[in-house]
Structures are given as structure tokens and as C-alpha cells.
Design a protein around this ligand. Structure first.
Ligand code: HEC
Ligand code: HEC
Length: 214
């Protein structure tokens, strides 16, 4: 014991520096972790709280429905296996087919014409690195669905690509959803801003995802 005391006494200065260094290293490590965590979207951390309110939920869905049925969204959520085009949602010229994965078939792959970014000019293909339709085994059809039908479909994991409420909320910031607000020249925007849509989407889901009567 005496020996240990003497040892500490003799090295007080060095020990102090060692202590300070340990503390500083810990701080650097903690900060590195903290900065690293910044990359995670906030939604991962937050617990989603559902407070049922059928009136607020149905009102929010009516806004959501207007966006989903706008040509910028519906053109990729057709009832058939050919995408739609234009503000009048006519069948895509040259009839590119959905294919098993939604990416087209043979020489008519979506990505042949749809580049990673919008092609400049009018009547040119809008671009996105992931441009494709939902797959053949889960078509996620919006076209022709009533508000009641679509609300039920969107929260059914067997029809929405196995999404729970968290994944549905995250989908509001999906690349293809955001593409609707960057549609390329000559195409109208969805009927409200992306922020307004996202707010209505989250409100609808977190108030119980009620479906309108019809
Ligand atoms: C280029 C085609 C394309 C466009 C444009 C597009 N989508 Fe989609 N959408 C898809 C594909 C493919 C999936 C399936 C991917 C997945 O499940 O993650 C999908 C899935 C979805 C889903 C999840 C499915 C469900 O039933 O819950 C929602 C919600 C959705 N889209 C909303 C929108 C909205 C809103 C817009 C317009 C602002 C839009 N989409 C525009 C291709 C598109
Ligand atoms: C041969 C080239 C070509 C192929 C292949 C092709 N497209 Fe297109 N696509 C276009 C062009 C060009 C436009 C723009 C037409 C216009 O605005 O008049 C377009 C427009 C669209 C639009 C309309 C976008 C909007 O906001 O209205 C959708 C949706 C679409 N394509 C989906 C697809 C999908 C999905 C595939 C694959 C299954 C595909 N396309 C394959 C050339 C192609």
C-alpha cells in the first residue's frame, strides 16, 4: 500500500496528464458517435403515437387522395400493366409493359429512356435513378380506386409492399414521390406542396388511418 502511494505521489504530474488525455479521448469518441448518428433520419428515433380521431383522419385523407390521384402519381400507379402519360393520363406511347419487377421488358426497359435526371425540354422522359412501376405481384393500383378503397389498400401490408406505419410515413420522402414535385417541363405539379402533402399523410396515419365512407 505504501509503495503504491509513493508511486502515485511520484507521478502526479504525469498521471494528471494521463487522466486529461483519457477524458479527451472519451469526448472525441462520444462526439464521433454523436456525429455519426446524425445520418439517421429522425423518424427512426421517434416512437409513432397514434391518437384515434376519425374526423381529422378522414379530412386529412381527402387531401392525400387528391395528390395520389393527380397525374404525377397516378401515371405510375395504373390499373393496367402500361404506365400512363401526360396531365390527361393517356396510355404511355409505344406501350412499355410493367414486367415482373415493374422495370419494363426486353428492349423496352424504363431506364433506356428514363435517365437518372429529367431530360431537358418538353415531352421528354422525366428522370429518376429508380424510375419504374410497382411489381407485377403487388401493383399498388391508384387509378379507378375510390377514396374508401384506396385508404384500405394503402394500410394493408399485403397490398402496400409490407409497409407498417413507420415505413408508410418514411415513404412520403421516397425518391419517386419527391419526383412528383420535380416533374420536368410542361407538366403540372400535384395540387399542393410536398410539405402540405406530407403533413396530411402523417396526420391521416397517426389519427388511425380511417377510410372515408365511399
Ligand atoms: C416512376 C413511377 C412512380 C411515380 C411517379 C410515383 N410512384 Fe409511388 N410507387 C412506385 C413504385 C415502384 C412503388 C413501390 C415501391 C415501394 O413499395 O417501395 C410505389 C409505391 C408507392 C406507395 C406505397 C404503396 C402503398 O400502397 O402504400 C405510395 C404511398 C406511393 N407510391 C405514393 C406515391 C405518390 C404520392 C406519388 C406522387 C407524388 C407517387 N407515388 C409517384 C412508383 C411511382
Ligand atoms: C422508348 C422510350 C421510353 C420507354 C422505354 C419508357 N418511357 Fe416512359 N416516357 C417516355 C417519354 C418520351 C415520356 C414523356 C412523354 C410526354 O411527356 O409526352 C415518358 C413519360 C412517362 C410517364 C409520365 C410521367 C408524368 O409525370 O406524367 C410515366 C409515368 C412513364 N413514362 C413511365 C414509364 C415506365 C414505368 C416505363 C417502363 C415500364 C417507361 N416509362 C418506359 C419514354 C419512354
Amino acid at each position: 500500500m505504501i509503495k503504491l502511494k509513493n508511486l502515485l505521489k511520484g507521478h502526479t504530474g504525469i498521471m494528471r496528464i494521463a487522466y486529461i488525455m483519457v477524458i479527451m479521448l472519451s469526448l472525441v469518441t462520444i462526439m464521433a458517435f454523436a456525429l455519426h448518428d446524425d445520418h439517421k433520419p429522425v423518424e427512426h428515433e421517434k416512437k409513432i403515437v397514434v391518437v384515434k380521431d376519425s374526423v381529422a383522419s378522414v379530412a386529412a385523407f381527402k387531401k392525400v387522395y387528391r395528390v395520389l390521384m393527380s397525374p404525377r402519381c397516378m401515371n405510375c400507379h395504373p390499373s393496367g400493366d402500361i404506365p400512363l402519360q401526360g396531365d390527361d393520363s393517356h396510355l404511355h406511347t409505344m406501350n412499355p409493359q410493367r414486367g415482373v419487377e415493374g422495370k419494363g421488358v426486353f428492349a423496352m426497359k424504363c431506364a433506356n429512356c428514363h435517365q437518372p435526371t429529367n431530360t431537358p425540354g418538353k415531352n421528354t422522359p422525366p428522370g429518376n435513378p429508380n424510375w419504374h412501376l410497382p411489381p407485377a405481384n403487388m401493383k399498388m393500383v391508384f387509378q379507378g380506386r375510390t377514396p374508401y378503397q384506396l385508404a384500405k389498400q394503402l394500410v394493408n401490408p399485403k397490398q402496400n409492399g409490407n409497409k407498417d406505419i413507420k415505413k408508410l410515413i418514411e415513404h412520403a420522402d421516397d425518391g419517386l414521390v419527391l419526383a412528383g414535385w420535380n416533374p420536368g417541363e410542361g407538366r403540372t405539379l400535384p395540387p399542393m406542396s410536398h410539405a402540405e402533402f406530407k403533413k396530411a399523410w402523417i396526420t391521416w396515419l397517426t389519427t388511425g388511418a380511417y377510410a372515408p365512407k365511399k
